[in-house]
Design a protein around this ligand. Structure first.
Ligand code: F6P
Length: 536
């Protein structure tokens, strides 16, 4: 009879945890220097790995072979392999919402994909893209469409925005893409000010079709359109919806044919691969959108099939867990050395922080270790002239992911020259963070170094490689959630904010006396705001 293996519900219960603690203490006692690890000339080849056109160099981390081994043991104890399989198999791993997590099914190639609804949706998207690109889709006055405005927030905004921006060089559609997300009317006004209602269409992207920001922006978009045309067909000719709430979209006035589905097994922050990615398809065309899927799918295969020792998302996640647990690491930075990837940190912020900002385990117990990571960052080299000083000489421990593109698509000699400067800066920052200038005598001028980083080097920025990169981070986040035993796919905290905001809105706009239920801070702030309201 097989011995019954007790399920570990907290990583601290794993024997590997104790080993890791000891290693970290010994690292600190010995004054372990990253620099010294490079006495081993094979360090790079032993601490890096490539998948397709993506290389992860994790050699500049406070890690040796023994530590890595213990981290792999930890992942085995947390039953990582089983959990990966459970996700791909469609188990209901989003337990608090009792949902499957199948965003990976969205990128299975059509000829292998058992999900007919996904294939149907892609076909409908293709028809829509062709209609708009070819000029068959006309506005209410018979004109071709020139501008497309995506109205959505969170996952219904950040993904398409990142991908459209990153793949600007692959743009085939003649229409200009715009994004409105914030409920601040200045955002809508800023986008709309130059647009003509006759030649503008709106995509209302909202899985729930209930998110207040999106509903309010969609309502003012409708009003703006109806001011130009009160023809009954105007809404039908100018609105597309992407939602799992089809009736909500139809009630709003969207023609049934223009409503695209999102399924409950696609989380908002994992939805760019679904019809939520329609702005991407409209920008770069269906072929590139499929190539974007193919890149992600290749990362899915890598994640599912490679052993932990050769698995990029697993290794990245283990390193984060190691620092988080034993180096008092509170935050980490992602610094893309690519103007085209400037939106990446914002996208990853939602992916990581909405997924991992949890303090209760899947069994509803309070966690006893640090979970989540505060993820931040902006594009390099600009970041070098804003916050890098703190990374070099501050007291915080902030591991960094440098993301760099080896080859520019430009044929211009000047551009290539500049690109080389960009790459030189990227490499020199990771080197400086590692080495410091320990020879300096003066304490204030001393840069201690020993600051860890990963470098993700992408051969070139194209749809396939971008898909691969985003899927890498999705899986990294998933692995972290397994190691911490938390649910990466719900977001109850955000839901609470939505509920409270409704009550506060009522309070803010009511003429009745103030509510006694509110705390004095909120009450007085409301009072001050009301005093400044023009019509009160
Ligand atoms: O921010 C919370 C959230 O629920 C995200 O998970 C989601 O991406 C976003 O709101 C938008 O939701 P919806 O697509 O339903 O409008």
């Amino acid at each position: 009879m097989k011995p019954v293996v007790q399920k570990i519900t907290c990583p601290t219960q794993s024997k590997a945890w104790g080993k890791l603690r000891k290693f970290s203490e010994s690292f600190k006692e010995r004054g372990f220097r990253l620099n010294s690890l490079f006495r081993d000339s094979s360090r790079f080849s032993r601490f890096s790995l490539s998948h397709n056109h993506l290389t992860l160099d994790y050699s500049k981390n406070l890690l040796d072979q023994e530590t890595l081994k213990a981290l792999f043991e930890l992942s085995a104890d947390m039953r990582l392999e089983e959990s990966i399989e459970a996700m791909f198999e469609g188990d209901r791993i989003n337990t608090s919402e009792d949902r499957q997590v199948l965003h990976t099914a969205l990128r299975i190639p059509a000829n292998e994909n058992p999900h007919n609804e996904v294939k149907d949706c892609l076909q409908r998207m293709e028809i829509m893209v062709n209609r708009i690109h070819s000029g068959k889709w006309k506005g209410f006055s018979g004109k071709n469409i020139k501008d497309i405005v995506n109205i959505g927030i969170g996952g219904s905004d950040l993904g398409p925005r990142l991908v459209c921006d990153a793949l600007e060089d692959f743009k085939v559609g003649e229409q200009n893409l715009h994004f409105v997300s914030n409920v601040d009317p200045s955002h809508f006004d800023e986008v709309i000010s130059e647009l003509n209602p006759e030649t503008t269409i709106f995509i209302v992207a909202s899985k729930s079709f209930k998110t207040p920001e999106t509903a309010l922006n969609a309502a003012i978009a409708k009003k703006w359109l109806l001011e130009a045309s009160d023809a009954p067909v105007a809404i039908e000719k100018h609105f597309i919806a992407i939602t799992s709430n089809k009736n909500g979209a139809i009630d709003f006035g969207v023609a049934e044919d223009n409503v695209f589905p999102v399924w409950d097994w696609v989380g908002g922050r994992y939805s760019v691969w679904s019809a939520i990615g329609l702005p991407v398809a409209l920008s770069v065309g269906m072929e590139s959108f499929i190539a974007f899927h193919a890149g992600a799918h290749s990362m899915d295969r890598h994640f599912q099939e490679e052993s932990a020792e050769k698995n990029m998302p697993v290794i990245m996640a283990l390193i984060t867990v190691w620092y988080n647990a034993f180096f008092n690491c509170q935050s980490s930075a992602v610094v893309p050395y690519s103007h085209r990837l400037k939106e990446l940190p914002f996208y990853l912020q939602q992916l990581s922080m909405e997924s991992l900002g949890k303090s209760v385990t899947k069994e509803n117990d309070q966690v006893s270790i640090n979970t989540g990571e505060i993820l931040w960052g902006t594009v390099g080299t600009n970041s070098q002239h804003s916050y890098f000083q703190l990374l070099h000489q501050g007291t915080q421990f902030v591991p960094i992911d440098f993301v760099a593109i080896a080859k520019t698509r430009s044929k211009s000699v000047d551009h290539n020259e500049m690109h080389n400067h960009l790459l030189a800066n990227c490499l020199s920052q990771s080197l400086a963070l590692m080495k410091g200038n320990s020879e300096s005598e003066e304490a204030q001028k001393k840069v201690t170094g020993n600051k860890p980083s990963n470098t993700l080097l992408i051969d070139e920025l194209n749809p396939f490689n971008l898909g691969c990169l985003i899927a890498l981070y999705e899986h990294k986040v998933f692995v972290q959630s397994i190691l911490w035993n938390i649910n990466a796919f719900d977001q109850w905290g955000v839901e609470l904010g939505k509920i409270i905001s409704k009550d506060i809105y009522k309070e803010l706009t009511s003429t009745d006396n103030e509510s006694n239920e509110l705390d004095s801070s909120t009450k007085n702030l409301i009072k001050l705001i009301k005093r400044n309201m023009p019509h009160k």
